[in-house]
Structures are given as C-alpha cells and as structure tokens.
Design a protein around this ligand. Structure first.
Ligand SMILES: NC(=O)c1ccc[n+]([C@@H]2O[C@H](COP(=O)([O-])OP(=O)(O)OC[C@H]3O[C@@H](n4cnc5c(N)ncnc54)[C@H](OP(=O)(O)O)[C@@H]3O)[C@@H](O)[C@H]2O)c1
Length: 282
C-alpha cells in the first residue's frame, strides 16, 4: 500500500471522523495529497492539521471543503475547487454517511429520506461531479464505503440497509460503465467499526439488532481504512474487512436460506425471552 499512494491525489468524503479520518491519515503517511470533505468545518480543520503532521514527502497538499454531499448544487460547485486544490484527482473515496437504527414503525418518514439522500444520492452526486474528470484521465479509482448491510439486510436497519443496497447497485453499474475508460471502482463492505457513528448508534439498537450483531464483532476504523486503501492500491473490486465480517457475508451468499433460518432463530430467541418486540406488544 505504502508506495502506491506516493504523489497521488485523493478526495475523501466524511474525512473528519471515524473510517474517513483514519484513511486520510494513512494516505498522508503514504505520501498522498488529500482533500477531505464533511459538513462541519471545525473537525475538518483539526484533521487537516493532523494530516500536515503526517506528511512524508515534498509537495504534499492538504485541504478541506465544508460540504453537505446531499446538496447537489453545492457538490457540483465544489468539484472544480477540489480539482484545483489537489491539481487533479487520482482517487475518489465516497465514505461520508449517516446511520439509523430502530423499529420500522417508530422511524419517521424523514429518516428514510435523509438516509437515502446522504448515503446514496450524496455519493451519486459526488461521483457524477468527478466523472468527466476520471473519464478524461482514463485512469484512477472511485471507491465506495458501503457496509455489511449493503449486502445483507439486518433487523432494525430498514432505512440504512436500503441506502447501502442502493449504493452497492450503483457502484456495480458504474464499474461496468467505466470499464471502457480504464477507471476502477472499488466497494468496501465493513461490519461494525469502532467509530463515533457506532458509539452513537449502540444505545439505540433494539435487542433484536444487538443479538444479530453478535455475529460480527467490531473492528477498528484503522483496520477498515487499511483494507480499503490496500484494495484500491491492488485494484480489487470488493473488500470485506475483518474475518467474521468476511465469513458471515460469504455464508450469507453461499447459503442464503440457511442464513435466513439462523437469523429467524435468533430473533425468536429474543422474543421468547420477552425482549424486543415481544416486550412492546406484551
Ligand atoms: N462505523 C461502522 O460500524 C460502519 C459500518 C459499516 C459501514 N460504515 C460506513 O462507513 C462510513 C463512515 O462511517 P464512520 O463510522 O466513520 O462514521 P462517522 O465517524 O460518523 O463519520 C462520518 C463522516 O461523514 C461525514 N458526513 C456525514 N453526513 C455528511 C453529509 N451529508 N455530507 C458530508 N459529510 C457528511 C461526517 O462529518 P459531518 O457530520 O461533519 O458532516 C463524518 O466526517 C459511512 O458511510 C458508514 O455508513 C460504518
């Protein structure tokens, strides 16, 4: 990974926290120029300072752009500034995202819209904003941070799972369309990763979700970032960070019916114990 990013120019959404911040720091240590985007300016400024401290080559450039990726016009307006700041672009990493967990009938309509607008449409707008550049360069990589839930739906994540499935589908269509131009597409499917997103989410998990999540223990944001960057460097199309994440997704693809039965058994176990939905309905 180390040599692959020296002198490369990378734009990373969601670079102020968690997986995105970890990836940005690893890129800076590997000699890349990095521009990070997120909505809040202050955490972005802190990360840019950290990036400067990690620089290892002459000429590395670090910058940030405060941007809500669900605002299409703002994204299209920011793209030329990003290209100018970096002097071009070799790798785009669509990482920014939000989560939501909870029972379907306790989830507001607006949550479905917001999660889809950020996790799915936000990545679409960012990708489309740089598509002409990548096609013109006839090289480079567009990466997406999807999720375990982008392949395997899990109780409590109806809104989030749908957004990540949409992202997975979009990325595969993109991969096929960009084949002719030699532009690579890489999708990463992490399970739980120890980030501020997970910290905020854990207390809101219904017992059913907590039970199913036992299958895949959380891994560090640094490990997810390393797997993401190694996959980009090696031209891999998909990455599944963490052993249990990889094993569970493999089993779900290979044995979908058995997987559903195991999930149902675990859910019924929670309800038999009087927890979760069983406690709500009495
Ligand atoms: N942590 C996990 O367990 C896990 C598992 C699987 C997949 N993922 C995915 O990994 C990615 C990163 O998650 P994380 O855990 O590192 O989360 P995180 O620590 O909460 O970081 C999310 C980043 O996205 C930015 N962001 C959120 N909404 C945005 C918007 N509308 N426009 C621009 N930037 C936005 C945030 O900054 P601002 O709030 O300032 O905008 C922040 O920089 C997400 O796509 C997530 O779905 C995470």
């Amino acid at each position: 990974m180390q040599g692959a990013f020296a002198g490369k120019r990378v734009f990373l959404t969601g670079g102020s926290s968690g997986i995105g911040r970890a990836a940005a720091l690893q890129l800076a240590r590997a000699g890349a120029s990095v521009c990070v985007a997120a909505r809040r300016a202050e955490p972005l400024a802190r990360v840019v300072t950290e990036l400067r401290e990690c620089a290892c080559r002459d000429g590395q450039v670090f910058s940030s752009v405060a941007l809500d990726i669900s605002d299409r016009q703002a994204v299209y307006g920011a793209a030329p500034r990003v290209l100018e700041a970096l002097g071009g672009l070799d790798v785009l990493i669509n990482n920014a995202g939000v989560t939501h967990v909870g029972y379907l009938d306790e989830t507001d309509d607006e949550v479905f819209e917001r999660v889809l607008q950020i996790n799915y449409l936000g990545a679409v707008w960012v990708t489309r904003a740089f598509l002409g550049h990548f096609r013109g360069a006839r090289s480079g990589t567009i990466a997406f941070v999807s999720s375990f839930l982008g392949l395997m739906p899990v109780f409590g994540y109806a809104a989030y799972t749908a957004s990540k499935h949409a992202l997975t589908g979009f990325a595969e269509c993109l991969r096929q369309e960009l084949l002719i131009d030699g532009v690579r597409v890489c999708v990463v499917f992490p399970g739980d990763a120890k980030t501020p997103m997970l910290d905020a989410e854990l207390p809101a998990r219904p017992p059913e979700t907590t039970k199913l999540a036992e299958l895949v223990p959380p891994i560090s944001a640094e490990l997810v970032a390393r797997e993401l960057l190694t996959s980009v460097a090696q031209g891999r199309e998909r990455a599944f960070p963490g052993f249990w994440n990889r094993a569970s997704l493999w089993a779900a693809r290979r044995f979908p019916r058995i997987t559903r039965r195991v999930v149902d058994r675990d859910l019924r176990g929670v309800w038999r114990a009087g927890a979760g939905q069983a406690s709500r309905t009495g």
